[in-house]
Design a protein around this ligand. Structure first.
Ligand code: ATP
Ligand code: MG
Length: 357
C-alpha cells in the first residue's frame, strides 16, 4: 500500500501542505526542529486517527490555530481516501472515508496501513510493560477488527469493574465479571497465538540487522485465561486482593511481552544499540504480521532510525528496509550523509515547516 497524496492543514509547525510522495518513498532531511517528525506524524495520523506520538489532538493543532485537517489518499488495489478534521471549538473530530462520514474510529482505522518507528520506540525494549501492551494492542487491532472490538469491550468492562471495587460495591463490580471474561479470553487468545508465531520472526529480523546474541520473545501472562470458563475461578481467587487494592489484578491488562537477549532480559542487560535493534526488529515483525493479516504491504515511516546503530547494522537494516520494490519507505535524518547508501530514495527537505523537493 502506498501513500499517493498527503494533505495537512493546521498541523503542528507544518505549513499547509498538499504533496505527492513518490512510490518508493522519500528521505526527509533537515536540521533539528524543522518539522520532520511532524510530517511523519501527519502521515500516520489517518492510520489510527490519533497522534502516533501519543499527543492529544489539542497539542497536534498548530499553536494558536483553530484545529487541523489531514487527508491521506492511498493506493491499495483500488484507491481510497481517509480524512480527519479536528476543530478546537467543540473538540470535535470528523472522520471521512471515501467521502462518507464514519461515526466510529474502528470503521476507518487501518484502511491506510503503515508501521511507524519513532525514537521513543526504544521504550519497547527499555520501558515498562505498558509500552509493549500498547504495541500488541495497536498491531492486533489493525490486523484483526474482532480483536479491536474485544479490546474495547474489555477496557469498558474493566473500567466499570474497577469503579465498583473502588466504591467498595462488590456486587456492582462482579456484575462485570462475565463481559470481562468473554472479552478478556479473546484478547489473551489472540495475543498468545500471535507471540507463538512472531517469536521466530523476531529472531530472524534481529539476525538480519546483525545481532548475534540469541533472542527470545515470549508472552508473560496466565495462559488458561484464553478460556473464558477459567475466569470465574481466577477472579474468585483474586477477589480479596482486588478489594484491597480497588482494582482488578488479573487479566491481559497486567501481561507483558518479554524480550530476552542471550538469556537475560533485554531491559536491564542490553547495550543501547542492542535495545534499539530489538525495538526496530519488533517494528519489522509488526510489518510482516500486518502484511500477512491484511494481504497488503504496509508503508514504513522511520524517524531517526539509523541513529546509534553502528555502520554494519545501519547498512543491514537499510538493505532489509529498502530491499523491496513493493514497499514505500519514509525515513528522516538530519543530513544525507547520516543515511546509509542503500537508502537510495528521493530527498525532500524541511525548513521551518515547509517542504521542498
Ligand atoms: P529533530 O531533528 O530534532 O527530531 P524535527 O525536524 O523532527 O527535529 P519536529 O519534532 O517535527 O522537529 O518539530 C518541529 C517544531 O514543531 C518544533 O520546534 C516544535 O516546537 C514545533 N511544534 C510542535 N508542536 C507544535 C504545534 N502544535 N504548533 C506549532 N509548532 C509546533
Ligand atoms: Mg524529529
Amino acid at each position: 500500500m502506498r501513500l499517493r497524496r498527503l494533505v495537512a492543514r493546521g498541523f503542528r509547525n507544518l505549513d499547509d501542505l498538499d504533496v505527492e510522495p513518490p512510490p518508493g518513498g522519500i528521505a526527509l532531511l533537515g536540521a533539528n526542529a524543522q518539522g520532520k517528525s511532524n510530517l511523519l506524524e501527519a502521515a500516520y495520523y489517518p492510520v489510527l486517527f490519533r497522534s502516533v506520538r501519543g499527543a492529544v489532538d489539542q497539542e497536534v493543532a498548530r499553536f494558536g490555530g483553530t484545529g487541523f485537517h489531514v487527508e491521506a489518499h492511498v493506493e491499495r488495489g483500488e484507491a481510497a481516501s481517509v480524512e480527519a478534521t479536528w476543530l478546537s471549538a467543540g473538540r470535535r473530530k470528523r472522520i471521512v472515508v471515501d467521502g462518507e462520514e464514519k461515526r466510529r474510529i474502528a470503521d476507518a482505522a487501518g484502511i491506510w496501513l503503515a508501521v511507524a518507528f519513532l525514537p521513543s520506540d526504544v521504550d519497547l525494549a527499555t520501558g515498562p510493560a505498558a509500552e509493549r501492551r500498547r504495541y500488541l494492542d495497536r498491531m492486533l487491532s489493525l490486523a484483526d477488527r474482532q480483536y479491536l472490538r474485544s479490546l474495547v469491550r474489555y477496557r469498558a468492562a474493566l473500567a466499570q469493574r474497577n469503579s465498583g471495587l473502588r466504591q467498595g460495591d462488590i456486587a456492582l463490580a462482579r456484575a462485570f465479571d462475565v463481559p470481562l471474561a468473554e472479552a478478556g479470553a479473546h484478547v489473551v487468545k489472540v495475543r498468545e497465538a500471535w507471540v507463538g508465531a512472531a517469536a521466530e520472526l523476531f529472531t530472524e529480523e534481529l539476525d538480519a540487522i546483525g545481532e548475534r546474541a540469541p533472542a527470545r520473545l515470549r508472552y508473560r501472562g496466565t495462559p488458561e485465561l484464553s478460556n473464558a470458563d477459567r475466569w470465574p475461578a481466577a477472579l474468585d481467587a483474586a477477589l480479596a486482593r482486588d478489594r484491597a487494592r480497588g482494582m482488578t489484578t488479573v487479566g491481559p491488562h497486567r501481561d507483558d511481552l518479554v524480550i530476552e537477549l542471550g538469556d537475560r532480559p533485554l531491559r536491564g542487560a542490553g547495550s543501547t544499540g542492542q535495545q534499539r535493534s530489538a525495538a526496530v526488529a519488533l517494528k519489522l515483525v509488526e510489518l510482516v504480521s500486518l502484511r500477512s493479516a491484511r494481504g497488503t504491504e504496509p508503508a514504513l515511516l522511520l524517524d531517526d532510525v539509523f541513529a546509534e546503530l553502528d555502520r554494519d547494522r545501519q547498512r543491514r537494516l537499510a538493505r532489509r528496509v529498502f530491499g523491496d520494490d513493493a514497499r514505500q519507505v519514509f525515513v528522516t535524518a538530519p543530513r544525507r550523509d547520516e543515511l546509509p547508501p542503500e537508502a537510495d530514495v528521493p530527498v525532500w527537505t524541511l525548513d521551518a515547516g515547509r517542504v521542498t523537493r
